[in-house]
Design a protein around this ligand. Structure first.
Ligand SMILES: [Zn+2]
Length: 262
């Protein structure tokens, strides 16, 4: 009788242990929640606006980038000017006189500023355009591929075979080498947590080692047409996957990064 109770006790302990392990595993592997307003907002910012703000910060170096872009991207030109003029004479963001702006609008500006601080993709020179040389590209994200069986999850940047491809940001080399679709491809886990994917390369830089660090502007390889791009013109397929597993449209970011590339 006593032995049976002991076995029962051990069994219960084991079940509890397994349960805890399962919960811990689930929590560790759960994809992080990314607020749904972040990328729609970031994607709505045009290169023209980024350029305008960049020129403004050159003229008025004390203006904080996120303050400027958050105001400009939320308000009309006329409405922004009232606030920007205050920033120009070094009024800080928290001391701004908002005038008659509705509280919902002020809240939106604050939210946009928070997003820009957390996701500094548009901050000049923080990220780099991945093609070092002549290239042309347009927005083909979501276009049909393989007769509509899958969607295009990135941007194609066309150019001459061998054109240098460089890393848009610092991070860790997570994938390196051949896969069926991507051909010679490199995957970088950016310091921002996103996965940056460079595919169809002619060659991969021999300097790269899986698991090692890579810095912004470091050579990834040469533009090519490997993988499923075998019959298409040479291009870099560039993709960005955010930590929840969703591929986002890199086009708006590429268009902005192009601004500070010679
Ligand atoms: Zn592509």
């Amino acid at each position: 009788m006593k032995i049976i109770t002991l076995i029962h006790l051990r069994l219960v302990q084991l079940i509890i242990l397994i349960l805890f392990a399962a919960i811990a595993w689930h929590l560790l592997h759960k994809p992080p929640n990314i607020s749904t307003d972040i990328y729609p907002y970031l994607s709505s910012i045009t290169p023209t606006l980024v350029k305008q703000c960049q020129e403004d910060t050159i003229k008025f170096p004390t203006i904080v980038w996120e303050d400027l872009l958050a105001i400009h991207s939320t308000l009309s030109e006329k409405e922004s000017l009232v606030l920007i003029n205050q920033l120009r004479v070094q009024v800080s963001f928290k001391d701004l006189n908002w005038g008659k702006l509705p509280s919902s609008t002020i809240k939106a500006i604050r939210r946009h500023r928070d997003i820009l601080r957390q996701y500094p993709y548009y901050q000049p020179h923080k990220y780099t355009f991945p093609v070092h040389g002549t290239t042309w590209f347009d927005d083909s994200f979501g276009a049909d591929r393989e007769g509509g069986s899958r969607k295009h999850e990135g941007t194609d940047l066309f150019g001459k075979e061998g054109t240098l491809i460089i890393s848009t940001c610092g991070g860790k080399i997570e994938q390196l080498g051949w896969n069926r679709l991507g051909g010679e491809r490199v995957g970088v886990r950016g310091d921002d947590g996103n996965y940056y994917y460079y595919a169809h390369l002619q060659y991969i830089s021999p300097q790269l080692v899986k698991g090692n660090r890579i810095e912004t502007g470091e050579v990834i390889g040469g533009m090519g047409h490997t993988g499923d791009a075998l019959t298409t013109p040479d291009h870099l397929h560039f993709g960005i996957e955010i930590p929840n597993g969703q591929w986002i449209n890199p086009y708006p970011f590429l268009a902005a990064w192009k601004l500070w590339t010679k």
